[in-house]
Design a protein around this ligand. Structure first.
Ligand code: FAD
Length: 489
């Protein structure tokens, strides 16, 4: 069966605005916000505006990756239609502002499921492909593995198709390229079957996990989702969870998590975990056993439809929940982890969780974070919003980046931009190739945001168009207030 959908277009333009992200740490004033609903409107805006343009998806990146001062903001969230579903080939073509959730609602009745996405379904396809996201899937890795093709709007307004064979450079530059090569307007994604999965979970010492993973998890095709959560502050034990294909009847009737679910209990649990004395032990010994009680058999789409609302605090004014992520070659799991733990403990980081996930190597993106088979350490923590708190985060983030680099690893780029130029080039050794391609397809540095303002140094630009500088410079200018360094938020 092949479904083709007709698309209708209308556009909105708003005057000046301030773009921020989920952390509320990065307000950025922009010149104008445009919400295109057709590819023609994207092309028209790109052609009509000489400089600069930044692209926003769900705005869940955490360091200004979606904006820069005074730019035109392309807010992609209303460019969100399904263009085509090929049920036989198990492929879907979508406009890039669509969220995973909206795709899930569309494909679920066809018993299909996404192959790779993050743990939550709120992200847009354009934002997820631009960071080359990953999830808890076994046997997969970076999202590029599930992409058949993309259509890109380049800086000169040309619309090009890019696949691993056609315009290969652009395909591997734009995926994981944080909006640097142009606007990802459409994507064709490969789909999987929506199967039933059964949760299997157990506790074990962290030191037993690497061996367990190799023997019980790696290469097992019936395991769909898998991760291991390290419990702070001791980080000595992990809860290992796999969702395994099953024919058993579901224990949850919903096919997707209801959009209006009540998250008050989870919000309270996060508060206890992050602010109460002994809260982390309460989570480990009461909260998690409670959440993992009994048998759970659900549809794959259900397990892939978590909502970031479950994490949202009552206020982000004085403190905020934030992520960092580090990718380490699989063989270095046991040698990297103690160094990471030591840094977190020394800086008294209010760690909420560290989720360990697996990824097979990236097939060729220029900014690949999985240059070989890796484990991702997904660090979820709470920090204060003052200058001093941010300064402290910058310090320990750099220490963690150094530790990752020492293990031939990488840090993830959608989060706060604290890595220095040198760290960036060590973690992403093909960055010069990436920048050479950018200079070729975007010679006036039209597509920009805070990430590229920090790391991209184009030559021959008029001073008025020059980017705002290296993060080291910003960090050096950030005042630090004594007495706040070891405070816990
Ligand atoms: C609670 C939470 C959980 C997370 N879990 C995971 C996880 O499990 N795995 C993981 O990999 N990541 C995870 N992330 C990070 C997340 O994947 C990224 O922040 C991702 O970019 C979010 O998508 P978005 O639509 O919000 O993108 P945005 O933040 O809006 O954009 C991200 C980048 O993509 C660019 N971009 C957006 N749309 C387009 C487009 N159409 N064309 C070109 N460039 C574009 C933007 O300019 C920006 O540079 C998590 C983040 C949060 C807040």
């Amino acid at each position: 069966m092949r479904l083709s959908l007709f698309l209708f277009a209308s556009a909105s333009t708003f005057a000046q605005g301030v773009i921020n992200d989920v952390t509320q740490l990065n307000p950025i004033p922009v010149a104008r916000v445009v919400t295109p609903t057709s590819i023609e409107q994207i092309v028209a805006e790109v052609k009509a505006n000489p400089c600069p343009i930044s692209i926003g998806g769900g705005r869940f990146s955490m360091g200004g990756q979606t904006a820069t001062q005074g730019a035109l903001q392309l807010d992609m969230r209303q460019f969100d239609r399904v263009i085509d579903l090929d049920r036989q080939k198990k492929e879907i073509t979508v406009q890039a502002g669509i969220t995973w959730r909206k795709i899930q609602e569309f494909i679920d009745p066809h018993q299909l499921s996404l192959q790779v996405m993050q743990s939550y379904a709120n992200f847009t396809v354009g934002g997820a492909l631009s960071v080359n996201a990953h999830g808890r899937y076994m046997g997969m890795g970076p999202a590029v593995l599930s992409v058949k093709s993309i259509r890109l709007v380049l800086a000169n307004g040309d619309v090009v198709l890019a696949t691993p064979d056609t315009n290969r450079e652009l395909f591997y530059g734009a995926i994981g390229g944080y909006g640097a090569m142009g606007v990802i307007a459409e994507a064709t994604l490969r789909l999987a079957d929506n199967v039933k999965v059964e949760r299997r979970t157990q506790l074990m010492p962290f030191t037993a996990y690497a061996d367990y993973f190799q023997k019980q998890v790696r290469g097992k095709t019936d395991i769909i989702f898998h991760n291991a959560d390290m419990y702070p502050d001791a980080f000595e034990s992990v809860r290992v969870t796999s969702y395994v294909k099953t024919d058993k009847p579901v224990t949850v009737a919903d096919r997707l998590i209801p959009i209006d679910r009540d998250y008050r209990t989870l919000h309270w649990m996060h508060l206890v975990n992050s602010e109460w004395p002994g809260g982390k032990l309460m989570r480990q010994f009461f909260g998690e056993p409670f959440l993992n009680r009994g048998e759970k058999v659900v549809w794959r789409n259900y397990e892939a439809s978590y909502n970031v609302q479950e994490l949202e605090p009552a206020s982000r004014e004085k403190s905020t929940y934030v992520l960092q992520e580090f990718f380490i070659p699989v063989g270095d799991l046991n040698s990297f982890a103690p160094k990471m733990v030591q840094i977190l403990q020394r800086h008294n980081v209010n760690t909420i969780n560290i989720s360990i996930r697996h990824a097979y190597p990236d097939p060729g993106t220029l900014l690949a974070w999985a240059r070989e088979e890796v484990f991702a350490f997904v660090l979820y923590y709470k920090q204060g919003t003052s200058h001093a708190d941010r300064h402290e985060v910058a310090m320990w983030t750099r220490e963690l980046i150094d530790a990752a680099i020492a293990h031939r690893g990488a840090y993830y780029l959608p989060y706060q931009i604290w890595g220095t130029d040198q760290q960036f080039h060590k973690a992403y050794p093909r960055a010069d190739e990436f920048f050479a391609l950018k200079a070729k397809v975007d010679p006036t540095y039209k597509f920009r945001n805070k990430l590229w303002d920090a790391y991209y140094h184009p030559v021959n630009l008029p001073a008025s168009q020059a980017p705002s500088g290296d993060p080291a410079e910003r960090l050096a200018k950030t005042p630090i207030t004594s007495g706040t360094r070891r405070r816990r938020i």
